[in-house]
Design a protein around this ligand. Structure first.
Ligand SMILES: Nc1ncnc2c1ncn2[C@@H]1O[C@H](COP(=O)(O)OP(=O)(O)OP(=O)(O)O)[C@@H](O)[C@H]1O
Ligand SMILES: [Mg+2]
Length: 251
């Protein structure tokens, strides 16, 4: 098994467009850190938008963060419940999300926590239909940690919203939109969504589906900070640590 870098995964050009990437791994395998690390490498060239979670993972990011709240009012607290003062830019439409987003920063997008999936469907639709060259960068990269909230595994009667999201995902590549997602196991995701990821990354504790061209043993042998990448290229890679500096709770 060859050691590779993620360079090819991160390179973009108009002809090849956006990239859809899913990372899998058990709790504590470094999924969130991996996403933050990818964003850190892309932030100068692409509008990087990180999904705001109730656990404030963006506070692990080593560089500047800009918090955008779309039609919601997130409040930030420390581990004892004391409010912390975090600058939040409120935006009411998706055009403003991209207008307010800044290159070089991690732009963290909070949507209403209730019915959040609905807002992601609308945002995805907006991204597919946007004019690419009117924003700070034509390329947009979405970082959707805990993506099972958006496209959960379900038996046949998948919700209409989820199907709509998957339909937009299909268009992302041609619209210079990339999506880097993470969840624990491939079977936590809707199979239609799963099929859209051109690149898959397996970290510690991930189960390898039958259709992959390598065995479970390969992933079982990984240490923290190592992963297996598969897609148009294939190999083992290492990634860095983005440790939690402080506990933040968002409500
Ligand atoms: N490359 C690495 N090298 C060393 N330690 C790491 C590395 N990546 C992550 N860690 C450490 O492992 C722990 C878990 O990392 P992280 O939160 O990124 O994992 P996760 O897969 O997102 O976990 P969860 O499923 O709980 O969200 C953290 O304490 C982090 O500092
Ligand atoms: Mg995580």
């Amino acid at each position: 098994m060859e050691w590779i870098t993620l360079k090819e995964l991160l390179e973009k050009d108009i002809a090849h467009g956006g990239k859809l990437v899913a990372a899998f791994g058990k709790p504590g395998s470094g999924k969130t850190g991996l996403l933050l690390g990818i964003a850190n490498r892309l932030r100068s060239y692409e509008i990087c938008i990180f999904r705001g979670l109730q656990t404030g993972q963006e506070f692990r990011f080593p560089s500047d963060v800009k918090i955008l709240a779309y039609q919601c009012n997130p409040k930030f607290y420390d581990g004892r419940g004391d409010p912390i003062d975090v600058g939040v830019k409120h935006v009411n439409n998706f055009n403003d999300v991209l207008m307010q987003a800044e290159l070089d920063k991690l732009n963290v997008l909070y949507m209403p926590f209730e019915n959040e999936r609905r807002y992601w469907v609308e945002f995805a639709r907006f991204l597919v239909h946007r004019l690419p060259f009117v924003y700070p960068s034509a390329y947009v990269s979405l970082f959707v940690d805990e993506v099972e909230d958006i496209v959960p595994f379900q038996e046949p009667g998948a919700t209409r919203e989820m199907k709509q999201f998957v339909a937009q995902m299909k268009e992302f590549r041609k619209c210079l939109t990339s999506m880097y997602c993470a969840t624990q196991q491939y079977f936590d995701l809707d199979y239609r969504a799963l099929g859209k990821f051109q690149y898959r990354i397996y970290l510690q504790g991930a189960r390898v589906p039958m259709r992959e061209r390598f065995s479970q043993e390969l992933v079982d042998g990984l240490s923290l900070g190592q992963g297996v990448m598969t897609g148009s290229f294939f190999g083992k890679f290492v990634f860095g640590d983005y440790p939690t500096k402080k506990i933040v709770v968002v409500r």
